[in-house]
Design a protein around this ligand. Structure first.
Ligand code: CTP
Length: 423
């Protein structure tokens, strides 16, 4: 019968399908603070980053935040007590998760953690769980400063199990100011992501350039390009999250510095050159990999003016004369004796794929680099994702359309592999 046939096909498909790759999993425990509403934003950011978030709420947390908000954002039921599921929920959760994040954490939950209590699902889970335990306190500054809380924080710190995320100095719910405000949700989410990320680049020193360079004509006008810096910042962010020691040399962009990244801001190609050589060292021994994603201006005004040039009818007189900027990547490629550091360049073009690959192969040779990431300006500039090709001495491979973070991870995977085999 047709309907039975359909059922059979459906069943066969199900039994043959492979299990989905396991997502990193965090238990987000919310305790009873006015700042509990910020846990919704933390959950949202983690889910957006691909994390499975299992929400837990203490009884008092529910006075501040609706469970429906957390379960709606995470797609998971909210666990409130140890009796929410058959078996020993705290034990099964401890096995299931990769990290426990308590945010916000009240003075009360700190006291119970410090005493080793297991009087609710959150403290029982904290006791049984051997995964990273991240705690983001939030309370009135007087409670944070109280000797009892100081004692509890000292005990937990001495035990060495807790990674503290804040609190920070600022205004709290009552309007009072002081130490006790919850750390910004984006920073808490980032710390949780960091705790979940394998440190496979630990020990690697990576220098990244990003953004445009700006070449001043006078104090008001300049030559530049449309680079937003997103790709280079993604490389720096992912490298640091994976444990690398990262220096990010950036042209003028409107992007926040990724956590654990040393940032050097520059304006012109000449300033970027100075910062690069300082970061790499005169013998290039201070870095293991250079990812050159900056869109360096090829030219600069030959004579920048100290004062604003007044408009005159017709073409500027005297005409704006340009001079060549040094090719920073080629300069480093030619100075490199052994194939250290690993050199990754970018090629941005506006032609078709064949021309893009041909230009990229040309850059591989002329700049003496190990890998060229080739993409079209229309696929990359100012966009959240990118369609790129990797071009190396071995040939080229299409990476498809990826988010800039995903592409950054692939660039770093290739750089690490090249580094491991001495390029
Ligand atoms: N680059 C550099 N210094 C320059 C220009 C470019 O280090 N003065 C680097 C870029 O950071 C990038 C790579 O070289 O990694 C490719 O640059 P691209 O923009 O393609 O410029 P050109 O090599 O000058 O090629 P084209 O002739 O296409 O402009």
């Amino acid at each position: 019968m047709p309907s039975d046939d359909k059922t059979t096909v459906a069943k066969t498909k199900t039994s043959l399908s492979l299990p989905a790759p396991r997502r990193p999993t965090v238990a987000l425990a919310v305790t009873g603070s006015v700042a509990a509403y910020k846990a919704a934003e933390i959950a949202r950011l983690l889910v957006k980053a691909g994390v499975r978030v299992i929400p837990l709420m203490t009884r008092s947390a529910e006075s501040f935040l609706g469970a429906a908000t957390l379960s709606g954002l995470t797609g998971e039921p909210v666990h409130r007590t140890m009796w929410d599921a058959p078996g020993e929920l705290h034990v099964s959760l401890a096995r299931e998760i990769d990290a426990l994040l308590i945010a916000p954490a009240t003075a009360d939950v700190l006291a119970r953690l410090a005493a080793g209590r297991a009087d609710c699902l959150v403290t029982a889970l904290a006791l049984v769980c051997d995964k990273p335990l991240l705690v983001a306190p939030a309370m009135h500054p007087s409670m944070w400063a109280h000797p009892a809380t100081r004692r509890n924080v000292a005990t937990l710190t001495a035990d060495g199990r807790v990674e503290w995320l804040g609190p920070v100095d600022g205004q709290v719910a009552s309007g009072d100011e002081g130490m006790g405000r919850l750390l910004e949700p984006a920073l808490i989410a980032d710390a949780a992501l960091f705790a979940l990320t394998p440190r496979d680049l630990s020990g690697l020193r990576v220098v990244v350039t990003a953004g445009p360079t700006v070449e001043d004509l006078d104090p008001v006008r300049f030559l530049s390009n449309r680079s937003s810096g997103q790709m280079g910042f993604a490389v720096a962010r992912r490298a640091a999250a994976r444990g690398a020691e990262v220096t990010l040399i950036s042209g003028p962009v409107h992007l926040p510095t990724p956590p654990r990244v040393r940032r050097v801001d520059v304006r012109s190609a000449i300033a970027m050159r100075g910062a690069l050589w300082q970061a790499l060292g005169p013998d290039l021994s201070l870095a293991d990999a250079l990812v050159m994603s900056a869109a360096v201006s090829d030219h600069r005004p030959a004579t920048p003016h100290a004062t604003k040039q007044k408009k005159r009818p017709g073409a500027p007189t005297p005409p704006i004369e340009l001079t060549d900027n040094p090719d920073l990547l080629a300069e480093i490629g030619h100075a490199r004796a052994a194939r250290r550091p690993v050199l990754v360049g970018f090629a941005v073009e506006t032609d078709d794929d064949d021309a893009l690959l041909a230009y990229a192969r040309g850059k591989l040779a002329s700049k003496r680099v190990d890998l060229v990431v080739a993409n079209h300006a229309s696929d990359s500039f100012g966009k959240g994702d990118n369609r790129a090709f990797f071009v190396s001495a071995e040939g080229h491979d299409a990476q498809g359309t990826l988010t800039k973070d995903e592409l950054a991870d692939r660039v770093l995977d290739r750089a690490r592999a090249l580094w491991a085999r001495g390029a």
